[in-house]
Design a protein around this ligand. Structure first.
Ligand code: F6R
Length: 369
């Protein structure tokens, strides 16, 4: 039941700290080494993998995009992310050295199932990251990593997304451990960061009222854009998808670096644009690049809605609204930055009088191709 919340979606947004915590339960042995006891693939096979292909649809595919950044960084294995239905009907290069990771909340998505079958026919091993116990895709996979997020009732995916990212990160760290890409203490540190995320997600949820009131004031918007770089890019895509499906508003997510290659032409007076700002403490010049992107769109009249880390004063001068999130390393940021975007889409849809749990034309699990 809704447990006193306005909608299942609202409840499931609030479930997220618990969902991420549950995804992490029982993943280390007494010596602190990562174990995935539901992983039934020979370790030697996993050591010889030379490519990972993530297949999924919709929100689950965005979780895969986030995971790509982390897994490549930690494991130095090339990771491709592909929509399951596109993967299935071309001629993908997949063989015994390919590890396919299928991500699905329902475990029943027909597009993803067909892609899993196709991959296994080519000799690839398939690990599925699944929320629903006993569903079809785990039965047809070589191994399963359950997310344990609990049942997700609202059609729009929320807690499943955060737990998919978490599970994919655990898998990435497991591979890094197995293949010797990281020292045990580095892995332990990253696991500690993950274990600290539920508390920080809770903080973001507690700050939700400001997001809600901003959303209510924007219920007549006809288009909203979302920008991000690095892991913030799939977060932007996810924010746009949530708004389309719940509020029926045209929305698009872009890689911020792509702006000047076309999308900046869309910016005119009052155009709302969300920008996900990476940690200012991160490496490279990721942060300053995004801050200049905010300046560029602001100068052209955009209304900027900025998601930034606590203490990041550099965005203040260019932001119309700021949604603050706790400080975390960039790779962990999607687990926080997604939450205001979920709340925004839900609150805006609610302000328009729409049914957030059951948007038009959509089904919770898509069992036809
Ligand atoms: C969006 C949403 C969908 C699903 C997609 C895959 O909010 O829920 O995009 O993510 O249909 O579904 P699963 O994860 O069940 O395979």
């Amino acid at each position: 039941e809704k447990g006193g919340f306005e909608s299942f979606m609202d409840k499931e947004i609030h479930d997220q700290p618990q969902a991420v915590g549950d995804t992490l339960l029982g993943r280390t042995d007494v010596d602190g080494r990562l174990i995935l006891d539901d992983l039934k693939i020979d370790e030697a096979v996993l050591r010889s993998v030379d490519k990972i292909v993530v297949i999924a649809c919709g929100t689950a595919a965005y979780a895969g995009h986030v995971a790509k950044y982390a897994i490549e960084h930690w494991c130095r294995i090339p990771v491709e992310v592909e929509l399951a239905h596109e993967f299935r009907y071309r001629d993908p290069v997949v063989n015994e050295k390919t590890l396919v990771v299928a991500i699905t909340q329902s475990g029943e998505t027909m597009d993803t199932l067909m892609a899993v079958r196709h991959a296994r026919e080519q000799g690839a091993k398939v690990i599925s990251i699944v929320n629903t116990n006993g569903s079809t895709i785990p039965r047809e996979s070589d191994a399963v990593l359950y997310t344990h997020a609990g049942p997700e009732i609202a059609v729009a995916s929320t807690k499943a997304f955060l737990s998919q990212i978490t599970a994919a990160y655990v898998l990435g760290l497991y591979l890094a451990q197995l293949r010797g890409n990281k020292f045990p203490d580095e892995i332990a540190l990253l696991m500690d960061e993950l274990r600290d995320m539920p508390r920080k997600i809770q903080t973001v949820i507690e700050r939700g009222e400001y997001v809600r009131s901003t959303a209510r004031s924007m219920k007549d918007a006809s288009s909203v854009l979302f920008l991000g770089r690095h892991v913030g890019f799939p977060v932007a895509m996810e924010g746009a998808l949530k708004l389309k499906e719940l509020a029926y508003i045209h929305a698009e997510g872009f890689a911020a670096g792509e702006l000047k290659h076309g999308p900046i032409a869309l910016i005119d007076e009052g155009q709302p644009v969300f920008v996900v700002v990476p940690s200012p403490r991160g490496r490279d010049s990721l942060h300053s690049k995004v801050v200049s992107n905010i300046q560029e769109i602001r100068a052209r009249g955009a209304r900027t809605l900025v998601i930034a880390e606590d203490g990041d004063d550099s965005v203040k001068a260019f932001a119309d609204e700021i949604f603050w999130i706790p400080q975390v390393p960039t790779l962990m940021q999607p687990l926080l930055a997604t939450v205001p975007l979920q709340i925004f889409a839900m609150a805006l849809a609610t302000a328009k009088g729409l049914d957030v749990d059951q948007p038009r034309n959509l089904a919770k699990s898509v069992t036809v191709e």
